[in-house]
Design a protein around this ligand. Structure first.
Ligand code: MG
Length: 387
C-alpha cells in the first residue's frame, strides 16, 4: 500500500528534492497534497506531473492563474494560508512533510498533529519556537515526528534500537559554512552574494544565510533538545567540513554512534518518508577514496556569535528561542536587502532577546505575541542602524 504524502512548500529546495525521491519510488508513496507560497508556475508543473488530489497556492492573487492552468486535470485548487492549514487534515494524507520556511510552519504542523498525521519535519523553526508544546501534542496524539534535517535524521537513526539507554551527549556536526575560514574583519564586509553559495533566489536563501552565520546550527541545537529530550548541556557542536558524518550520539558507556553518508538531502528525506522501513534506492553511494580525510574543529563563537546566542536562548528557555528566531528572520531579511551588515545581525538579535519580556511557559498566543513583538523590536534596531 502506498503512503499518502502532503508536501507543504513543494517548490522549495526540500520540496523539490522530496518530489524527486517520490518520483523514484512511486510504488511506495503517492502525492496527495502540494502547497506553495508563491511559485505558481512550478506548482502547476508539479501538479501536472504528480496529479495530487489537492493543491494550494498561498498567494491568493495567483489563484485564478493556477485554476486556469489545471482546469483539465483532476486536481482541486485552493488558495491562502487557511487552506494550507486545512488540507493537512485530509483523509488520504498519512504523512505531512513540512518544508516551508520560518515561523509559518508552526500552524499547519499543529493542525497535522491534531489530525493524527505523522509529520516529516523539515521546518526547524517549528520546534525552535514551540518545541515543548509540539512534543507534548505528539505524545498525546501518538503520532510520529520524523526529522528531515540531516543532523537530526542521523541522531534519530543512531537511536533506533536504543530505547531506555541513556544518552550522554549529542554531537551535531556543522560544515562551518562558506565563512569558516574568514577573519572577523573579513566577516564585517561579507555580502549576501558571498553567503549564498548558489544563485537560487528562492526558499534556499534563508537557510543559506543561516548557515553562513551559523544560526542554522544554533536553531538545530534547539530543535535537537526537543526532538531527543536532552538537556541543553548535553548538546555540542563540532565543525566537520566534509559533511560525511551527519551527527553522533555518545551513550552512557562512552560509546559513540555516528551516521554517515554522502551529503545529499534525498537520503534523510527518503528515510523520513519510508520510516520505519529502509526503502531501496539507487542514489549515489559513498566512496572512501573521495574522502581520504575526515577532519574536526572547534567552533569559534566569537566569530559566530549567533551560536553563543542560540545556546543562551536554549538555556533560558520559555519564549526566548521564539524571540531569537523572530529576530533572526528579521535580520536575515534585512541583510538580503542590504539594510544591515553581516556582523550587525547578532548585535540586533542579542538586543531583542535581552529586551523581550520573559514568559516561562508560553502558550500558542504568547508565542504569537513574542514572535510579533520580536520582529517589531528587530525592525526598529535595523532602522536605527541605518540612520
Ligand atoms: Mg541541517
Amino acid at each position: 500500500m502506498q503512503k499518502g504524502i502532503a508536501i507543504l512548500g513543494s517548490t522549495g529546495s526540500i520540496g523539490t528534492q522530496a518530489l524527486q525521491v517520490i518520483a523514484a519510488h512511486h510504488e511506495e508513496f503517492s502525492v496527495e497534497v502540494l502547497t506553495a507560497n508563491n511559485n505558481a508556475d512550478l506548482l502547476i508543473k508539479q501538479s501536472i506531473e504528480f496529479q495530487p488530489d489537492v493543491v494550494v497556492i498561498g498567494n491568493e492573487s495567483k489563484y485564478k492563474y493556477v485554476t486556469e492552468a489545471l482546469k483539465n486535470y483532476p486536481v482541486k485548487v485552493f488558495a491562502g494560508g487557511d487552506a494550507i492549514n486545512q488540507v493537512v487534515e485530509m483523509e488520504p494524507v498519512d504523512m505531512v512533510l513540512t518544508a516551508m520556511v520560518g515561523y509559518s510552519g508552526l500552524k499547519p504542523t499543529i493542525r497535522a498533529i491534531n489530525a493524527g498525521k505523522d509529520v516529516a519535519l523539515a521546518n526547524k523553526e517549528t520546534l525552535v519556537v514551540a518545541g515543548e508544546l509540539i512534543i507534548k501534542m505528539v505524545q498525546e496524539k501518538k503520532v510520529q515526528i520524523l526529522p528531515v534535517d540531516s543532523e537530526h535524521s542521523a541522531i534519530f537513526q543512531c537511536l533506533v534500537g536504543e530505547a531506555g539507554n541513556k544518552i550522554e551527549k549529542i554531537y551535531l556536526t556543522a560544515s562551518g559554512g562558506p565563512f569558516r575560514n574568514y577573519s572577523i574583519e573579513e566577516l564585517k564586509n561579507a555580502g549576501f552574494r558571498d553567503a549564498l553559495n548558489h544563485p537560487n533566489w528562492d526558499m534556499g536563501e534563508k537557510i543559506s544565510i543561516d548557515s553562513a552565520s551559523m544560526m542554522n546550527k544554533g536553531l538545530e541545537a534547539i530543535e535537537a533538545r526537543w526532538l531527543f529530550g536532552v538537556d541543553p548541556g548535553q548538546i555540542e557542536i563540532v565543525i566537520h567540513p566534509q559533511s560525511v558524518i551527519h551527527s553522533l550520539v555518545q551513550f552512557c558507556d562512552g560509546s559513540l554512534k555516528a551516521q554517515m553518508g554522502v551529503p545529499d538531502m534525498k537520503l534523510p528525506i527518503l528515510y523520513a518518508l519510508g520510516y520505519p522501513k529502509r526503502v531501496e534506492s539507487d542514489f549515489p553511494r559513498f566512496s572512501f577514496t573521495d574522502y581520504p580525510n575526515l577532519t574536526f574543529e572547534q567552533v569559534d563563537t566569537k566569530k559566530f556569535r549567533n551560536l553563543a546566542l542560540s545556546f543562551e536562548a536554549l538555556h533560558r528557555g520559555g519564549n526566548i528561542p521564539c524571540a531569537l528566531n523572530a529576530a533572526n528572520e528579521a535580520v536575515v531579511q534585512a541583510f538580503l536587502y542590504k539594510k544591515v551588515k553581516f556582523m550587525e545581525m547578532p548585535d540586533i538579535i542579542e538586543k531583542v532577546i535581552n529586551t523581550i519580556s520573559f514568559i516561562e511557559k508560553p502558550g500558542i498566543e504568547d508565542l504569537e505575541q513574542t514572535n510579533y513583538e520580536s520582529h517589531r523590536l528587530a525592525e526598529s534596531h535595523i532602522h536605527l542602524n541605518r540612520n
